[in-house]
Design a protein around this ligand. Structure first.
Ligand SMILES: Cc1cc2nc3c(=O)[nH]c(=O)nc-3n(C[C@H](O)[C@H](O)[C@H](O)COP(=O)(O)OP(=O)(O)OC[C@H]3O[C@@H](n4cnc5c(N)ncnc54)[C@H](O)[C@@H]3O)c2cc1C
Length: 394
């Protein structure tokens, strides 16, 4: 079968998937001077993609994981620059409070790394925290590790802004659903090969279905798509400025202050079921998720116990066994790269991940990685869980 070009000819790089990772990869490859086409099944930043929610937390803390701390710093600068360029606020510096209600070992590891790296952080007592944020309850609160320069990113808007910057720089976005040939090169919906110098697959929860032998069930780099629901409540005194973005791993819940009228966001660390990424996607949280959100968040912010629900969403969540990403080339083809398994902490890192992928796929000063945590085969465990969630599930 003859190789078919995509709109814009046969580019140096074809990126499949217009979520945060794919869009930033395409943008940064374009900035490296390559011709790039981004192929997205729907539109970049659509609601059902993992990157398509209103907001995602930006934090520097990653436990003992110094690589991801460095990537977070680099990524924040890139998000801010994109916001300036696009004339919209993509990052909101609300601060992030790590509420310690268990042993706090993960937060202690994080604090050590933050201080060594010179990232601003404070350790405050429960009494001080409640004085600072009166909506917060001191119930079972040992202390708070506070990151004043962290906050949250406007998630779907951030992807759209990166996509606009990409087209402005001369990149081409085409709508279509690709699938892989045996060596990982791309085929279009009719099965015809799509010609490109290199391919990056950044298809979120669809990646294990497209490459079951590499990242599907029972492989070392297994990516499991699960469903995680988020809820938005209309609660007084929980705007940006009243409370910080907060994470309470001991209780198993996190939240983002109300902004832009969406409501105070709550996300329980709770799988609301498995799913088929190709089946129609539910638009709202389950009743059980709403109840779990309320009960857990109400321990830390009692106003949420009876606050009216404004909105809820079912989110696609794709995680690996180690909670470390998959960023590696196809074993049969060094010009084909797979990127996925964001594991609940991948959105913010899109600029650093995108740069690593763009350089690797184009073979332009590839970013050297010290360990094999992101590999498909002979994958190493890597540093402890970078997500900050309890580790029983590993
Ligand atoms: C509830 C929840 C909370 C989270 N919280 C945070 C957080 O606070 N901070 C953080 O940094 N991260 C967080 N994450 C993780 C983060 O959202 C993801 O790691 C990140 O958004 C994944 O982006 P992606 O580009 O890999 O995938 P996606 O955003 O899912 O993008 C994949 C794209 O590929 C397209 N696609 C799929 N198949 C094909 C195909 N065959 N052909 C063409 N296109 C295709 C899809 O339409 C989609 O647009 C959270 C995730 C969840 C679910």
């Amino acid at each position: 079968m003859a190789a078919r070009g995509v709109v814009g000819g046969s580019p140096d790089l074809l990126v499949v998937g217009g979520g945060s990772w794919g869009t930033w990869t395409a943008l940064l490859a374009k900035k490296l001077g390559a011709s790039v086409t981004l192929m997205e099944a729907l539109v970049p930043g659509h609601r059902d993609a993992t990157s398509g929610d209103h907001s995602r937390i930006f934090r520097h803390a990653h436990g003992e994981d110094e690589l991801l701390l460095g990537w977070a710093r680099k990524s924040l600068a890139a998000w801010k620059a994109l916001g300036t360029m696009s004339g919209e606020e993509l990052f909101v510096e609300s601060g992030v409070a790590w509420c310690v209600s268990d042993l706090g070992l993960w937060e202690a590891e994080s604090e050590r790394r933050l201080r060594a790296a010179g990232v601003p952080c404070e350790r405050i007592t429960a009494d001080e925290a409640v004085k600072r944020w009166p909506a917060m309850s001191p119930a079972a609160l040992a202390s708070v590790l506070y990151e004043p320069t962290a906050g949250f990113l406007r998630a779907a808007n951030g992807v759209r802004a990166a996509a606009r910057a990409f087209t402005k720089a001369g990149g081409v976005i085409t709508q279509g659903r690709a699938h892989p040939a045996a060596d990982g090169s791309a085929l279009d919906a009719s099965g015809a090969p799509i010609s490109a110098g290199a391919v990056v697959w950044a298809t979120g929860s669809s990646l294990p279905g497209l490459f079951p032998e590499l990242v599907g069930a029972d492989t070392p780099a297994e990516i499991t798509p699960v469903r995680r629901d988020v809820t938005y409540f209309a609660a007084k005194g929980m705007q940006v400025g009243d409370i910080p973005t907060w994470i309470d791993a001991g209780v198993g819940v996190w939240g983002i202050p109300d902004e832009s009228g969406h409501g105070a966001k709550v996300g329980p660390d709770f799988d609301a079921g498995s799913f088929d990424p190709n089946a129609p996607w539910p638009q709202e949280a389950t009743e059980e998720s709403i109840q779990v959100s309320r009960q857990r968040a109400g321990i830390r912010f009692p106003a949420l116990l009876d606050a009216p629900l404004k909105e809820s969403r079912a989110c696609q969540h794709e995680r690996t066994l180690t909670w470390h990403y998959v960023l590696d080339h196809h074993p049969a083809n060094p010009k084909v790269w797979l990127a996925g398994g964001g594991s609940g902490h991948g959105y913010k890192q899109a600029p650093a991940v995108g740069e690593a992928l763009a350089r690797a796929a184009l073979d332009r000063s590839p970013v050297a990685l010290a360990d094999r945590r992101f590999k498909i085969l002979e994958r190493e465990q890597g540093p402890g869980n970078p997500a900050g969630e309890p580790t029983e599930e590993i």
